[in-house]
Design a binder for this molecule. Sequence first.
Ligand code: GRF
Length: 220
Amino acid sequence: MTNLVPGTKFVIKEKIMINIGILVSGSGTNLQAIIEAIEAGKIDGKICIVISDNPDAYAIKRAKKHNIETQYINYKEFNNREEYDKRIVSLLKGKDCGLVVLAGYMKLLSPYFINIYKNKIMNIHPALLPAFPGLHVQKKAIDHGVKITGCTVHFVDEGLDSGPIILQKAVEVKEDDSEETLAKRILKEEHKIYPRAIQLFAQGRLTINGRKVFIKERQN
Ligand code: GRF
């Protein structure tokens, strides 16, 4: 059993905080939920940088509105995925990042990146893993005829949406659901469980054994 101790920490008003680096590609509603949770004091941490592979990601605008440092990195300027990831890792290290959060980030991470931040990279997926990994999973859930789907926060390993599961929330699939209506209801739950999972990590309440993640009771 390994205790997942957040990497680098700092102290504000006697509270131990972590630096969180967030990777985005798109609209950034999860980023927004995390920003709001931090501003409401619900996460013991701060966002040290938001990195995007897409110069037009609305997530960048959201971060800027909250005076969070942002960085766009153009994939085309690098020879391969590892070179690209080395640039990201060096930015994150320069910010003393203790947790990497993928919030709608559309690139697969290289083994290099994953090894450096082993059990320190989280992702959110809009289905109840291990059902429906990959893309367009709300449509896949509807087409398959499942009655329940949901969302999953998990640590990132080298597989596709396959890492140890931290939190999940179920969402009912309604008979008249379209991909959009279902995605919207799932997203609402994503915005609740992602900040919660980050806070559990920040508080040092997650332990891992094999691929099982355990949540320790809060100590007061
Ligand atoms: C979410 O559905 C998330 O589960 C998936 O990508 C989408 C990102 O949405 N990984 P947003 O950019 O946070 O709005």
